[in-house]
Design a protein around this ligand. Structure first.
Ligand code: FAD
Length: 549
């Protein structure tokens, strides 16, 4: 390996690190796994990435375990951003953000979402922005087909991506964007690597058209498997390979440039915060809320609320002292209302509109329909008043991670998604499993999409707790299948759900996923042990040993 890295050093313009501090720092993402890389590479230019891919291809025969794992901020919860060979860190140099043109965001993949948020300001937004927006990169959002509070309206990243540049396994960079029939046929006729790639993917989808379309989970958001069902549409004649690259977790190629749709915000918004004391009523309440078409519909449980109250001081740096003091005062008032008894669930239901009275009438109508549940509610107008709740909701997992010291917040059933109309049947079945396996868990998520982040607190280093992972997954898969849902609405497969792809999609579709991987990456140089290359045994052998890294 040392010789290989020396050879690479001579042709690679960016930095290469093999220091034990860096290898340790890059051995984790936000998942329950750890993989220590041989080296971390910081590419300066797309040429660097092309050189690297070409070189890895050339020497793969001599170094069979050699591979490249692209990485953004490393907040992936599935183990997608770690690798035991070469990790390619995009956050050091791939950080160019083009001036915003009022329509699309054009960025290199290492640009932090918080940088984009600052540019979009209060007037625009990205539809797929995740709750980890203060930490993550746009490249990671594309890699995972991320979603978030606004996905209810705008879907996951795949629906926002307009154009990508990708370095494929032949070591060249290509523009990937939607093609019409004529453009597709021209591309296929090229007969070169790119042309063959389009031909093979087209033929694979065309000859399995109905089964692929039927395999799509029946939910608004999904990031499991390869998005084959969204690539080719016989009716529109559009062939869009961006759909396949988005959500592929760096297993099909390395994204070097991203064009993503931005959306103009409505001038006003209002948040109805609803405090639910009886979780048994939750399912019915969700049905009523959904019938009012909110723009976002999020929620978190009492454990999260309590952590937010207890550790609100940790927001001081992020908010600045003045804003922090203001929100702290609001929080004290809120908490006082409940004395010692916090509500089981806090629901955040957002409406937007052209005028404040527009929003008030939407909120009044919903409150009228919710009256029979006798819930406490508050109404927050515009961003500054609702910020307190958004801060707690968005920080729910990091609060759990950083503040609960004796247990590890372990994401493995963290992204279950079903159609909202099944929630009243689905949630009790999931609760039974959580109870049976004694998994104290927090629940937060995108309630309007039927997307639940259930994060058990475990002693993940303890074999007794580890032994719960497989039976719990085994119990949950048939429930999710029964309701036509997905194990991952937005957190993707990685090492935790990759091994469950055959169980979720059936062997025929799984084989199509495998063929897809092999069309793009016949030598398996990109991000191994994820998606179709994952195995439960490998994943279990690499459960993180140190909870607190
Ligand atoms: C507190 C917290 C809250 C979260 N909330 C959400 C949420 O609401 N919604 C959501 O979707 N996710 C959420 N996540 C998961 C994660 O933050 C997001 O998926 C995020 O978009 C990942 O971005 P990242 O920059 O950290 O990417 P990374 O974790 O570095 O990478 C993510 C994946 O993309 C691949 N990748 C990265 N860069 C490239 C590239 N240039 N080319 C090809 N592949 C690439 C990686 O290999 C990896 O498989 C959350 C995580 C945490 C810790």
């Amino acid at each position: 390996m040392q010789r290989l890295l020396t050879d690479l050093g001579a042709i690679f313009d960016g930095e290469i690190s093999t220091s034990s501090a860096d290898r340790h720092a890059f051995s984790h993402d936000a998942s329950i796994y750890e993989l220590t890389p041989e080296a971390i590479l910081f590419p300066r230019t797309s040429k660097d990435i092309q050189t690297l891919v070409t070189h890895v291809n050339q020497v793969k025969h001599d170094y069979p375990a050699l591979s490249i794992t692209p990485r953004g901020a490393g907040t992936d919860m599935s183990g997608g951003a770690i690798g035991n060979s070469l990790v390619l860190d995009m956050t050091r140099h791939f950080t160019t953000l083009q001036p915003f043109n009022g329509d699309v965001v054009h960025a290199q993949p290492g640009v932090a979402m918080r940088t984009i948020d600052a540019v979009l300001g209060t007037e625009y937004l990205i539809g797929c922005v995740p709750a980890s927006r203060a930490l993550c990169t746009i490249g990671g959002m594309v890699g995972n087909n991320s979603g978030g509070e606004r996905s209810l309206q705008y879907g996951n990243a795949e629906e926002s991506v307009r154009e990508l540049k990708v370095v494929f396994s032949d070591g060249n960079e290509y523009i990937v964007k939607p093609l019409n029939r004529r453009e597709l046929s021209r591309k296929i006729k090229q007969g070169d690597f790119e042309g063959e790639l389009y031909r093979k993917v087209y033929e694979l989808i065309e000859s399995n058209y109905d089964s692929i379309k039927n395999a799509r989970p029946r939910v608004r958001k999904n990031s499991m498997g390869y998005n084959l069902w969204s690539v080719w549409d016989r009716d529109t004649g559009i062939f869009d390979l961006t759909r396949l690259i988005t959500g592929s977790q760096g297993t099909l190629g390395i994204v070097t440039d991203i064009v993503m749709q931005a959306h103009k915000k409505a001038p006003h918004n209002g948040l109805l915060v609803t405090y639910v004391d009886t979780p048994s009523k939750l399912e019915k309440i969700i049905q009523v809320v959904m019938s009012h078409n909110p723009v976002t519909f999020e929620g978190f449980d009492d454990v999260t609320f309590n952590l937010g109250i207890k550790y609100f001081k940790s927001f001081r740096e992020q908010l600045g002292t003045k804003e922090w003091l203001k929100q702290q005062a609001m929080l004290t008032t809120q908490a006082a209302r409940f004395r010692a008894h916090l509500p089981s669930v806090v629901l955040m239901i957002e409406f937007d509109g052209e005028t404040i009275s527009d929003i008030d009438s939407k909120i009044t109508a919903l409150k009228r329909d919710l009256a029979r549940f006798k819930l406490k509610t508050t109404v927050e107008h515009d961003d500054s008043d609702s910020a307190l709740f958004w801060n707690i909701r968005r920080a729910s997992l990091s609060l759990l991670r950083n503040r609960v010291h004796d247990k590890y917040a372990s994401p493995f059933i963290d992204d279950l998604t079903v159609q909202p109309r099944y929630i009243h049947k689905f949630l009790p079945e999931i609760r039974d499993i959580i109870r049976t396996y004694k998994l104290p868990a927090t629940v937060a998520g995108h309630f309007g999409d039927g997307n639940f982040h259930i994060i058990p607190l475990m002693d993940i280093g303890d074999p007794k707790d580890q032994a719960k992972l497989e039976p719990v997954m085994r119990a949950i898969v048939p429930i999710i299948k029964k309701y036509g849902g997905t194990l991952a609405g937005e957190h993707n497969d990685g090492m935790v759900r990759g091994p469950w792809l055959p169980a979720m999609f059936g062997d025929d579709i799984y084989q199509l996923f495998r063929r897809t991987k092999e069309i793009f990456d016949p030598r398996y140089i990109f991000n191994p042990h994820k998606k179709t290359d994952a195995s439960w045994d490998f994943s279990m052998e690499h459960i993180r040993k140190n909870d607190k890294i």
